[in-house]
Design a protein around this ligand. Structure first.
Ligand code: ZN
Ligand code: ZN
Length: 295
């Protein structure tokens, strides 16, 4: 991906690294160097914000002996490190300093996540919903089935999911909405996620995203998770496009090897679905520019 020929070579979601995330590898510096090597001119780093509560620790974190204190401290270190590295590499690449939020604990996440933004003066935020009823829908099928039981079935789970994405957008006003139909990751094992009721709920959420000028993350991890399309699925992407909601690529990389993964294929996917441009944030987060993905 050479940057002169591929002005669309940008990513606004990814850059997780083993320094700050239990399920990523490599260092933040290695991720940035990989982005430079792969021809990115703008690369957004959106490390996971910590989940404030022992009960949310991942099995992998517990196995490693990690504690709540450790993940809180790691994110503080990230907030400092990303600023220093963005400055250090500024003559070679525009690193956008961001973070990916969590919606737990459900009763006070908004306050916690907005406080991070203010304290670290992050350039932008990726708004993602990985939890429902304080249980991860992004991890094991066992956890997903707990949520299915609470919501009373797949369709009602999906309706609640899109509703909680809308509430998150209203509470946090994220520049980027992460993997809008993440509910597919485990949900596709249990039935269709494009019923008329689900499409209506998703469309209501798109209206909220439009009202808050959000950019949708065209997230290539969907392919890596074994789905037949990235996030969002074709019908959802097409609807967003008809509604005038912009998208940008997100490689959702969790290590230097995955920097840029799937972006050329994602560009094809956009064109197949009638999307001809991506929107890119600047370090001045309210400014966006439009880059055509057509050759
Ligand atoms: Zn992750
Ligand atoms: Zn995510």
């Amino acid at each position: 991906m050479s940057s002169d020929k591929t002005p669309w070579g940008v990513s606004l979601h990814g850059g997780h690294s083993g320094e700050y995330c239990d399920h990523a590898v490599g260092t933040l510096r290695e991720v940035i160097e990989a982005a430079i090597e792969k021809g990115f001119k703008t690369y957004g780093i959106s490390e996971h914000a910590p989940r404030h509560g022992e009960r949310y620790l991942y099995a992998n974190e517990r196995d490693r002996g990690w504690t709540l204190e450790k993940i809180l401290a790691d994110f503080e270190s990230y907030g400092t490190a990303i600023f220093a590295l963005a400055e250090e590499y500024a003559d070679r690449i525009t690193i956008l300093r961001g973070y990916e939020i969590e919606v737990v604990p459900h009763d006070r996440y908004a306050e916690i996540m907005l406080d991070y933004r203010k304290r670290f003066r992050f350039d932008y935020m990726v708004g993602s919903v990985h939890y429902m009823h304080d249980i991860s829908i992004d991890s094991s099928v066992e956890e997903f089935e707990q949520v299915l039981k609470i919501t009373g079935g797949l369709e009602s789970l999906a309706l609640e999911y899109y509703e909680s994405v809308a509430r998150m957008i209203e509470a946090l006003k994220p520049e980027v909405v992460g993997h809008l139909d993440l509910v597919r990751k485990n949900g596709h094992l249990y039935g269709p996620l494009d019923t008329p009721a689900i499409r209506d709920a998703a469309e209501s959420t798109l209206e909220v995203a439009r009202a808050h000028d959000c950019i949708l993350d065209l997230n290539t991890a969907g392919w890596r998770k074994g789905l037949d399309s990235p996030y969002p699925a074709p019908w959802l992407l097409q609807r967003a496009n008809e509604m005038g909601i912009p998208v940008c690529f997100g490689d959702d990389s969790h290590g230097p090897e995955l920097v840029g993964a799937g972006i050329p294929e994602a560009r094809e996917y956009l064109l197949q679905n009638g999307v001809t441009a991506v929107k890119v944030l600047n370090r001045n987060s309210e400014v966006v520019e439009r880059r055509r993905v057509e050759l």
